[in-house]
Design a protein around this ligand. Structure first.
Ligand SMILES: [Ca+2]
Ligand SMILES: [Ca+2]
Ligand SMILES: [Ca+2]
Length: 262
């Protein structure tokens, strides 16, 4: 994932038909983890805290979640503590995801680190590694692609066995666009295959399929075919890879399905 500064693409999608911008923001003002969030003490005896005032260096304007190794104390067992975000289902998203947070990190010995990672479908990968003191609260934003059902972000503070300072985050934000704000709407007796598909979609129904259209993430119709048969094929070889919506009119019903073009 690489940094971006604007959410222009996501905001544009929000105004297109059949697309819904989803924005998750967590500000840690309650003094406890939001639903779905947690921390895991991998080693040591100390866990995270909530608050604005950091043990040293710049503090936050409002409550953050942080690991305070200073408060953990001198001579304690080495601390390695991970903050886990909620798990987000991005399977209905168009694949474009932006994740961000504000971060503070102060170390004592050079070995201390604060590691941000994301699971965007291929296991944990590094978003950012904070390895030296941050002179200011840093506002981070990362742009990438993900359509996994178990999208998650985590931050791990490692004190390298020292009496160290802290790592903290606030204002977690996750932005993505659902291609449809609703789940698939199936028509009984209608089926199609394969999905994902490369070249051809095979359509089958027990009653007459009148029309089939394919809509992209911008809500634009890219294929519009009169069928008038109980079975047919749609040539999708010209479509760019990505997620689309298949709409079918079968009898007097309309079905909508997510399809993936490979
Ligand atoms: Ca806050
Ligand atoms: Ca370091
Ligand atoms: Ca320590």
């Amino acid at each position: 994932m690489k940094k971006i500064t604007l959410l222009v693409a996501a905001m544009f999608f929000a105004f297109a038909a059949n697309a819904q911008l989803v924005e998750v923001v967590e500000d840690f003002e309650s003094g406890a983890f939001p639903a779905g969030w947690s921390s895991v003490v991998n080693t040591g005896d100390c866990d995270v805290s909530f608050g604005a005032d950091m043990p040293t260096g710049p503090s936050f304007p409002s409550s953050a979640v942080y690991f305070d190794d200073d408060a953990c104390g001198n001579g304690m067992d080495p601390s390695n503590v991970t903050i886990y975000s909620d798990v987000y289902d991005l399977s209905s998203s168009d694949g474009v995801v932006t994740v961000g947070y504000d971060v503070a990190f102060q170390e004592v010995a050079a070995g201390d680190t604060f590691l941000a990672e994301v699971n965007a479908g291929d296991g944990w990968e590094t978003l950012a590694l904070y390895d030296v003191d941050l002179a200011e609260i840093l506002t981070e934003s990362f742009d990438g692609t993900a359509t996994n059902e178990d999208f998650q972000v985590r931050w791990t503070f490692d004190d390298a066995g020292e009496w160290a300072w802290h790592g903290a985050i606030d204002n977690f934000n996750l932005t993505y666009t659902n291609v449809l704000g609703v789940s698939d709407d199936a028509v009984e007796g209608f089926s199609f295959a394969p999905n994902p598909a490369q070249d051809v979609l095979n359509l089958n129904a027990q009653t007459n399929i009148e029309r089939a259209t394919i809509v992209n993430v911008l809500g634009q119709t890219v294929i519009d075919a009169e069928i008038n048969a109980t079975s047919s094929t749609l040539d999708i070889s010209s479509l760019a890879a990505g997620t689309y919506i298949l709409k079918v009119a079968v009898g007097d019903e309309t079905g909508t399905y997510h399809i993936i073009k490979e």
